[in-house]
Each structure stands twice: as structure tokens, then as C-alpha cells.
Design a protein around this ligand. Sequence first.
Ligand code: FMN
Length: 183
Amino acid sequence: MDVNEVLRSRRSIKNYLATPVSREKLEELVDLARLSPSGANKNSWRFVVITQRDTLECLSQTHPNCKWLSSAQAGIAIIIDPTSTRYWLEDCSVAAYSIWLAATAQGLGAAWAAMYLSDNPAETERRQQFVREALFIPGNFLVPMVLAISYPESLPPTKPRPGLKEVICWNRYTLGETEKPKI
Ligand SMILES: Cc1cc2nc3c(=O)[nH]c(=O)nc-3n(C[C@H](O)[C@H](O)[C@H](O)COP(=O)(O)O)c2cc1C
């Protein structure tokens, strides 16, 4: 698969085959993620690979939108010390997408469990404590996301996306001009 195909076929995969994902495959995903760009090349992210069923089951209870973690073969928690770089959230997000795309290219599927909500500090703190405890992560780390990794049972259809004309403009902002009332 070339990169365009990977970008077109990537989906959130929440239904999984029972086929195990080998340690080598999981290690390869992290090996590729570690090549991700990071602000000032700080490379501050770290990765906790989860294969134990009871730990996946526990993580699936972090919040109602990550129940599918319980049936995944593996998970990857991306962790970072936010004092290590001002770009911690961006760096982790880039690394997460690297893993998602690499997984897709290898016929695996991934789904993203959000553990950090910028508009809800109390819920973020609750999720952070829950995940830190489940994975024995020291308190100086944040865990912005956990990815489920498994072979997909099926490929869901593409979700709606805006058309190119709705998101692009050239040289100056002209989006929305057609929506303005004509006078
Ligand atoms: C920052 C971010 C947070 C997300 N958090 C969750 C989540 O907590 N639970 C979930 O089921 N999906 C989550 N998703 C998946 C999105 O809902 C999904 O990518 C989007 O609906 C588009 O669907 P697709 O991935 O199949 O293209 C998240 C995705 C991103 C990029």
C-alpha cells in the first residue's frame, strides 16, 4: 500500500478478529512511531504496549467511548512528561497517527481512546489517574491517548468528510463567501 492508499483506507477499527498480534508487529509499530517528528526534535514520548487481557479490560472502563479496548488484542499508551516540551500534545498526536497509519499499512486496525480533554480538566484528571494506576505510570507523565491495535473484523465505511471546496482557499481567506447573503 502506498501512503495515499493508507490515508484513504485508514478507519477507526472497533471490531476485532481474535487473531493475536505478534510482539514483533507491535514492536515494529513503536519502532516506526519513534521516527515521528517532534517539536525541536525532543522525542519525549514513551510507549507502553499492553497485551495482557485484564489490563486491556481495565483500560476499557476508563470512559464509555473506549469499551472496545476490552476486545482488542493489544493497546499502545502514548505517554509524555509535559514539562519536557511545550509541544507535548502535538508530539504525542503525531506519534499516534504514525502508529495508526503504520498499523493500517500492515493490515492491522487501530482506534483512538482519548484520555486528555482540553475543555474538561476534572474529567481529564480522572482519566489520567485511572490510566496511570492501571499501567503503573509515574505521576509526572500524561497519557493523552491509548490506541487499540488488532486485526479488523471488517472495514467500516468512510465517515462523512467535507469536500475539497469546503476546506480549501488560495492566497487569502475566501471560505464562506458563497454563504454570505447577496446584497
Ligand atoms: C483526537 C481524537 C480523539 C478521539 N477519541 C476517541 C475516543 O475517545 N473514542 C472513540 O471511539 N474514538 C475516538 N476517536 C476517533 C474519531 O471519532 C474518529 O477518528 C472519527 O470519527 C473519524 O472516523 P474514522 O477514524 O473511522 O475515519 C478520536 C480521534 C481523534 C483524532
